[in-house]
Design a protein around this ligand. Structure first.
Ligand code: TYD
Length: 392
């Protein structure tokens, strides 16, 4: 059942060069769906992985301190608990996680060739292909089975979940574990973070929906860690049914929380949709008010999430002059759809800037700390999470 229409949207991570800016872009209607039977929340229209994840993919995991620390903490825990185990990472990006291990024990899968090469520079073994059963078979023949399959912010990007999990099961030792982390639907609903939805985020999972789905594959969640990253994520620990691992109380606790917020009911999503419409109106109102007073507004963090917000709210360069970002691949390009320019960030970028829209709101703590000096001298950040406001 469709519960929200986020309007006509371009493909989120396709930052435009000057030439592309002049051309017509592919746009699609971003509709959000709740499946009453499976409890899965997904986007309606999807694109092929080949179209979305190509050799010009601009996203690098290592661009934020928060993410690097997140991966390091998990790596240290795994090294302590599971010594010298074979680890496969699906969607290893630039190697932010695998670089913390001995390269002989690990293998990364990263279909975006430009990003895979960044991981290879860290001496990580990487196969640059899309994850599916035929790749799993090929890897099993050459490398055998794995003890740990890890995947962060990737599984929700792949449409055919049955194929994804069959392939993982195929390559996983019988006592092996799957660790997957992705944005939490609970946090997304709580924070009114409608920008978690764009063409790459095909699914945003609740524990309720994921565990129901995994049952079909004879897999079960035995532990879940709540993470702060990406606006609130869940790190699920999953094993094969036959595995005797005891189910941790974190699973029951999260399920309880999700039931309390009624994540299994359509009404919750319909109410969310109403809040999203209000959020849009309020954000436009704040930006217009500032602009009317003659002040300039810029954006910080040209995220894929920003693409959803800007295109949904129809915010273009008449309201936000330009965006700042640290990612080399995004430099001097334009945010798709609304065509706002992205400029290179430097330590003094916020000098004499009055208002900054926080596109990377999921890194709020890291960014506000970094820009402390400018905030003290008057720079104000604007966020739409959980409701649009100027951060005091
Ligand atoms: P992110 O929120 O991880 O992703 P998505 O594109 O999936 O919505 O992206 C964060 C972006 O913000 C990324 O382009 C890097 C940028 N960024 C900065 O420019 N400065 C910073 O201090 C941080 C933390 C991120």
């Amino acid at each position: 059942m469709i519960f929200l229409d986020l309007g006509l949207q371009p493909l989120a991570n396709k930052y435009l060069n000057l030439n592309q800016k002049k051309k017509r872009e592919t746009k699609f209607r971003l509709l959000l769906d709740f499946n009453v039977k499976t409890k899965i929340v997904s986007i309606k229209k999807t694109f092929s992985s080949k179209k979305m994840f190509d050799d010009k993919y601009p996203y690098r995991s290592s661009m934020s301190k928060t993410m690097k620390e997140n991966f390091l903490r998990l790596s240290n825990n795994l090294k302590k608990k599971y010594k010298h185990k074979k680890i496969l990472e699906i969607g290893c990006n630039d190697g932010a996680f695998l670089k913390n291990f001995n390269n002989n024990d690990t293998l990364g899968i990263e279909p975006c060739k430009n990003i895979a090469n960044l991981a290879r520079k860290k001496r990580i073994k990487v196969i640059s292909e899309y994850w599916n059963m035929s790749l799993a078979n090929k890897i099993k023949k050459k490398h055998g089975k794995f003890n740990i399959v890890y995947s962060a912010n990737t599984i929700t990007h792949i449409k055919n979940l049955d194929n994804v999990f069959s392939a993982i099961k195929n390559i996983l030792e019988s006592d092996g574990i799957i660790i997957m982390e992705d944005p939490s639907l609970l946090e997304c609903i709580r924070k009114n973070a409608y920008d978690q939805f764009y063409n790459e985020h095909i699914y945003v999972f609740s524990l309720i929906a994921l565990s129901k789905f995994l049952e079909k594959h004879k897999l079960r969640i035995f532990k879940v860690d709540k993470l702060k990253v990406h606006g609130g994520s869940n790190r699920y620990f999953i094993c094969k049914d036959q595995n005797k691992i005891r189910i941790d109380k974190s699973v029951k606790n999260l399920r309880k929380e999700e039931m309390k917020l009624s994540l299994h009911k359509l009404k919750t999503y319909q109410n969310f949709a109403k809040r999203v419409i209000n959020s849009k109106l309020k954000l436009i109102e704040i930006l217009k008010r500032i602009k009317k007073s003659g002040k300039q507004i810029i954006g910080y963090g040209a995220t894929a999430k920003s693409v959803t917000i800007l295109n949904y709210c129809k915010i273009d360069s008449t309201l936000i002059d330009y965006f700042l970002d640290v990612t080399p691949e995004k430099m001097n390009r334009y945010l798709p759809g609304v065509k706002i320019k992205i400029k290179r960030y430097n330590k003094n970028s916020l000098k004499n800037i009055h208002f900054v829209f926080l596109g990377a709101w999921n890194f709020k703590d890291e960014i506000l700390k970094k820009e402390k000096k400018f905030i003290k001298s008057g720079t104000k950040f604007i966020t739409h999470i959980p409701t649009p406001r100027i951060i005091k």
